[in-house]
Write a new protein. Structure first.
Length: 145
């Protein structure tokens, strides 16, 4: 995401509009038109709540306050911050198989439990099956099945 001009009074309201356009407009992550990895990408992408006028006004007001208080925006961290991190976990393959198109994870993910946890792999899969159902996944995602 590109940085925006400082939230001077003439730009403060425009910042909210630009941010909303980047998120929900053409090419944005919440625009239902572009293809995506999900089986029903349009519904998943389009399920994000659009910014209300009140929300955009609030963003503009807060941005202007931060700029007035600290002389820059954001006020106390670098304007463009890139954080590098590593996330390690066991994928719930049934979840991905249900909601995503094929190829959404690598063969190394598919073989992980058998390769690294041969004594516990079957128990983990049975345990997950007994705790989760399509309905619970759908309720968590709020997209239905």
């Amino acid at each position: 995401m590109r940085g925006l001009p400082a939230p001077l009074p003439r730009y403060a309201r425009r910042r909210g509009e630009v941010l909303a356009a980047r998120k929900f407009g053409p090419g944005g992550p919440f625009n239902p038109s572009p293809p995506g990895p999900w089986k029903d990408s349009g519904r998943v992408r389009g399920s994000a709540q659009q910014f209300s006028e009140q929300f955009k006004e609030c963003v503009a007001l807060m941005a202007q306050y931060v700029y007035d208080r600290f002389g820059k925006f954001p006020g106390t961290v670098p304007s463009i911050l890139i954080a590098t991190y590593l996330q390690a976990h066991h994928l719930d393959l049934e979840f991905y198989d249900h909601f995503f198109q094929s190829g959404s994870y690598l063969d190394t993910h598919a073989q992980h439990l058998a390769r690294w946890h041969p004594d516990h792999g079957a128990w983990l899969l049975v345990s997950k099956r007994s705790r989760h159902s399509d309905t619970r996944w759908a309720e968590r995602l709020e997209i239905g099945v």
